[in-house]
Design a protein around this ligand. Structure first.
Ligand SMILES: *[C@@H]1O[C@H](CO)[C@@H](O)[C@H](O)[C@H]1NC(C)=O
Ligand SMILES: *[C@@H]1O[C@H](CO)[C@@H](O)[C@H](O)[C@H]1NC(C)=O
Ligand SMILES: *[C@@H]1O[C@H](CO)[C@@H](O)[C@H](O)[C@H]1NC(C)=O
Length: 386
C-alpha cells in the first residue's frame, strides 16, 4: 500500500499560504476561496442527505422498522409478551414453532406468580355449533383457561367479542382425516398453546364435544392429577397390532405398539415431549398409512415407550361405540335427557384417579349434534352444575 503522505503535503501547502502584499489581489483570492468553499459545503451536505436517505431505505429491507417496534418491543423483548403472546396469529412455520416451544425452562421456579391454566384445544373444520354451551361453562373463570381453535385454512370463525372463542384461531393447515396431517394439527395446537407459559394441561376437543361437569370440577380434576389422560392399550386384533408395520422395526417394536382414542389430555411436560419428537413421528408418517391411522396410535405408542408412568391410560372424553361400525353414535335433541347426561357423569362404575378409585371418570363427552344445543342449555344448571 502507498504510504498516506498526500494530506500532509496539502496541509503543508495550506499552512504556507500567506496573503500577498497587494491588498486587492488578496481580497479577490479570499472571496473566490470563500465562494468555492461554500459551494463545496452545499454540495457535500446535499450528497450526504441523499446518501442517508438511500442508506435508510436499504437497511429497511433487511431490518424493517416495524419488526423492531411491533414484534420485538411488544412481543419478544418485553417479558409479558414472551410469557404469553397477545395475538395468536404469527408467521412461524411448524418447524420453526415446534423448535421454539421445545425449549423448556430449566429452572423449576417461575420469576412471576404463575396461575396454571387449562388449554382447551378445539379441532374443527369450521363452525362450533355448541360454542354457546362452552361459553356458559367458561363464564366467570377468566384467567384459568385458554382457548385455541384449529380450523381449515382461511375459515373465519364467527364469534362475538364476548365469547371465549373470539380471536382464538391459530394458523391452521389442511387436515385429511385418517392421515398424518391430523397428528400435525394436534401438534400444531399443542405448540401454539405451549407459547403461553401458564398453560399446564392441554385437552383436545372437537366441535361435537361437550363438558359434563362445571369448570371448577374440571379444573381441579386436571390440575391436581398426577397422570395425563391418554387412552393407551394393547389389542391383539386387526385394528390393534394388525396395524403395526414391520418397517417400523427396530425403532418401534410390536410389543411397544399401542392403540387409543385421539382425544387426549396431556400435561405440559408431555406436551413438550410430543411436539419435540421427530424420530418416532417420522416413522408413523412413513409407515402408518390406511388402514393404519396415526392419530389412534402415535401418541399412545410414544407415551408407552417413554412416559408410561405419567399416563392414566384412560380417556376422560366419553363416547358411545356400542352401536358398532366405524363411527361412534351421535346424539341429537331427542336424546338429551337429565338421565342420559347423568349416566355419563356417573354410571355406577369407578376408575382410578391419583391411584384411588373415583366415580368421576369422564369430564367431557362426544358426539353431540348441533340440534342438542338448546336441550343441553336447559340442563346446565340442574344437571351439569353451571
Ligand atoms: C399406564 O401404562 C403404563 C405402561 O405404558 C404403566 O407403566 C403405568 O403404570 C400405567 N398407568 C397407570 C396409572 O396404571
Ligand atoms: C359405564 O361406562 C363404562 C365406560 O363407558 C362402560 O364400560 C360400562 O359398561 C358402563 N357401566 C354401566 C353400568 O352402564
Ligand atoms: C327447556 O325446559 C323447559 C322446562 O323444563 C321446557 O318447557 C322446554 O321445552 C325445554 N326446552 C328445550 C329446548 O328442551
Amino acid at each position: 500500500m502507498k504510504p498516506r503522505n498526500r494530506p500532509d503535503e496539502e496541509e503543508a501547502e495550506y499552512s504556507t499560504w500567506t496573503p500577498r502584499n497587494s491588498w486587492s489581489i488578496g481580497l479577490i483570492k479570499f472571496v473566490s476561496f470563500l465562494v468555492i468553499f461554500m459551494a463545496g459545503i452545499i454540495i457535500g451536505l446535499s450528497l450526504s442527505a441523499h446518501f442517508t436517505r438511500s442508506f435508510n431505505s436499504q437497511t429497511d429491507i433487511f431490518f424493517p422498522k416495524t419488526m423492531y417496534t411491533t414484534n420485538c418491543d411488544k412481543a419478544s423483548l418485553s417479558f409479558k409478551g414472551f410469557l404469553s403472546p397477545a395475538h395468536l396469529m404469527h408467521s412461524m412455520s411448524d418447524k420453526e414453532l415446534f423448535w421454539r416451544v421445545s425449549m423448556a425452562p430449566k429452572m423449576k421456579e417461575y420469576p412471576f406468580e404463575r396461575v396454571p391454566k387449562v388449554a382447551f384445544m378445539f379441532m374443527t373444520r369450521g363452525p362450533l355449533p355448541l360454542a354457546r354451551l362452552w361459553d356458559r361453562f367458561f363464564k366467570g373463570h377468566e384467567g384459568l383457561y385458554s382457548v385455541y381453535v384449529h380450523t381449515i385454512p382461511d375459515y373465519k370463525l364467527n364469534a362475538p367479542e364476548s365469547s371465549a372463542f373470539y380471536g382464538r384461531q391459530i394458523p391452521s393447515e389442511e387436515v385429511s382425516w385418517g392421515s398424518v396431517t391430523l397428528v400435525d394439527a394436534e401438534k400444531r395446537l399443542l405448540a401454539n398453546a405451549l407459547l403461553d407459559f401458564s398453560n399446564e394441561r392441554f385437552i383436545l376437543l372437537s366441535e361435537s364435544c361437550i363438558p359434563v361437569y362445571n369448570f371448577p370440577t374440571v379444573y381441579e380434576y386436571l390440575i391436581n392429577s398426577a397422570h395425563s389422560f391418554v387412552e393407551s392399550y394393547d389389542e391383539n386384533s386387526q385394528q390393534g397390532r394388525g396395524r403395526y408395520s414391520r418397517h417400523m422395526f427396530p425403532t418401534i417394536k410390536l410389543h411397544q405398539w399401542r392403540k387409543g382414542s385421539e382425544w387426549f389430555e396431556l400435561n405440559r411436560e408431555l406436551a413438550v415431549n410430543v411436539v419435540a419428537d421427530y424420530k418416532y413421528y417420522s416413522i408413523f408418517s412413513k409407515y402408518c398409512k390406511p388402514s393404519c391411522y396415526p392419530d389412534e396410535h402415535y401418541i399412545p405408542t410414544f407415551l408407552n415407550m417413554f412416559h408410561g408412568s405419567l399416563n392414566a391410560n384412560r380417556t376422560i372424553t366419553w363416547v358411545d361405540w356400542s352401536r358398532g361400525g366405524p363411527h361412534p353414535a351421535t346424539y341429537g335433541a331427542p336424546n338429551i335427557t337429565p338421565d342420559f347426561i347423568q349416566s355419563i357423569r356417573n354410571n355406577g362404575t369407578s376408575c382410578m384417579y391419583n391411584s384411588r378409585p373415583t366415580s368421576v371418570c369422564f369430564l367431557f363427552a362426544r358426539k353431540f349434534a348441533p340440534s342438542s344445543l338448546d336441550p343441553l342449555l336447559n340442563l346446565t344448571s340442574t344437571v351439569m352444575g353451571f
